[in-house]
Design a protein around this ligand. Structure first.
Ligand SMILES: Nc1ncnc2c1ncn2[C@@H]1O[C@H](COP(=O)(O)OP(=O)(O)OP(=O)(O)O)[C@@H](O)[C@H]1O
Ligand SMILES: [Mg+2]
Length: 409
């Protein structure tokens, strides 16, 4: 069908890159296919639709696509192609369609259009609807917001699937409280509605680095098994803060019930964008079915309007430095898996737990790993002796880091 799209189609369209570009290009397409219906839209992710096996796709070689190869996507064993301009030949259900995709630089960012060319307007619209529905469902991926747009991350999804509550050590009843809090919430939509309470939940996980906030968020996301969205960064050179928060919440609302993860909330919300964030988070009706999980190392940097109004974050969970019992429990797990190789005995756990006062779990992990490495280099030294020696080195390192942090503030 696209034989009639001229070889120089993209070159001609881009030659006069003014505000009328999309109008002129569309007129040309309509004139080229007088017997077809042409429907215009934007941000149609035809490639993702094909990757999810909902259609077959071939990039026409004439006109030659504007494209480039790049390395560094989710699969490091292959190259990916990014298309700025391309004519796609699409097989979807029993229909053959053509999609012309164009992006261009407007001088203050980029703009794009996708023209769907089909036998009838109805077919084109059904195709667009099916595509939008299926490509917006994250499926086996987590949606990550960065650079002003959402992208599916299968690698984050798989990393999340590895997190579990089993290997997370938390004080007292905290683990079951957190798990029950959210699983009960998810099962109780009808009850909330009968009671006239907004069916939305927000929790803020607070604590110094390396004590399981991210681990807990991931274990929850895995356990809840609903769509998950993760905000990585909100900086963009021309979108406003208001537009960014709007995009974040719009997408989350479209996927409810879902989990919206805001890691390091203190760095996402600042003086410039706080009011927009509060506007979004306060939407009573709109936020039906939203679970917001936020984390922070710096509760002192979060405005009291966010920290102290209960309707914004219903619960605050504290992930503090582990007590001696928690450090012992953590070391027990390691001892069980290392004992046969290293000869580390269970009655030598407490001495290490006592020597690691003030360590976070992340530092405990570093202690064990660096000790294993040092022990492998040593000449059959006692593993506990290596652990104790390494704990002294790490303590010094922690002290230096703490002094540097104080000097920096
Ligand atoms: N309570 C815990 N029980 C078991 N392992 C833990 C615990 N806390 C942390 N860890 C381990 O320590 C590492 C760092 O944990 P995590 O990333 O969850 O910390 P965090 O609180 O999110 O830190 P940050 O504030 O720097 O983001 C992970 O490998 C995690 O599994
Ligand atoms: Mg974290």
């Amino acid at each position: 069908m696209n034989k009639s799209i001229s070889t120089t189609f993209f070159v001609d369209a881009l030659e006069d890159n003014t505000a009328s570009l999309p109008v002129r290009t569309e007129a040309k397409i309509v004139a080229t296919f007088p017997e077809k219906s042409v429907v215009t839209c934007r941000s149609l992710d035809v490639e993702l639709f094909a990757n999810l096996s909902h259609c077959k796709l071939v990039a026409s070689s004439d006109p030659r696509p504007g494209s480039y190869l790049y390395w560094g996507g989710e699969d490091l064993d292959r190259l990916f192609t990014s298309y700025s301009q391309v004519v796609w030949q699409v097989q979807w259900n029993d229909h053959s369609l053509t999609v012309v995709h164009m992006t261009w630089d407007t001088g203050c960012g980029g703009d794009s259009r996708d023209w769907v060319i089909a036998d009838t307007t109805e077919i084109a619209e059904q195709f667009i609807l099916d595509l939008e529905r299926k490509t917006h469902d994250p499926g086996e991926a987590i949606l990550v917001f960065s650079g002003g747009c959402w992208n599916r991350s299968e690698s984050l999804f798989h990393a999340t699937q590895k997190a579990s509550f089993e290997d997370l050590i938390l004080a007292d009843e905290m683990k079951s409280i957190i798990r029950d809090d959210f699983s009960t919430f998810l099962e109780s939509e009808d009850r909330y509605q009968r009671l006239g309470i907004a069916w939305r939940r927000g929790a803020l996980l607070i604590g110094p680095p390396g004590n399981g906030k991210t681990h807990c968020v991931r274990a929850l996301v895995k356990e809840l098994d609903i769509a998950s969205l993760y905000v990585q960064s909100l900086s963009h050179h021309y979108y406003t803060a208001e537009q960014m928060w709007q995009q974040v919440f719009d997408r989350a609302r479209g996927l409810r019930p879902c989990v919206l993860v805001l890691e390091d909330l203190d760095s996402l919300v600042n003086d410039e964008n706080r009011s927009f964030f509060l506007n979004q988070i306060d939407g009573f009706e709109q936020n039906h079915g939203l679970i917001i999980l936020a984390t922070t190392n710096h509760p002192d940097r979060i405005d009291s309007a966010i920290m102290e109004r209960p309707s914004r974050f219903d619960r605050k969970y504290h992930f503090n430095l582990p007590s001696i019992e928690e450090r012992s429990a953590y070391l027990e797990n390691w001892q069980r898996s290392l004992s046969s190789e290293t000869g580390w005995q269970s009655d030598q756990i407490l001495v290490v737990a006592e020597a690691t006062e003030g360590f976070s779990f992340a530092y405990m992990k570093e202690l064990v790993i660096s000790s294993v490495m040092s022990w492998m280099r040593s000449n059959n030294e006692s593993f506990v002796a290596v652990l104790l020696a390494q704990s002294k080195i790490l303590k010094l390192q922690m002290k230096t880091e703490a002094t540097q942090a104080t000097q920096a503030t």
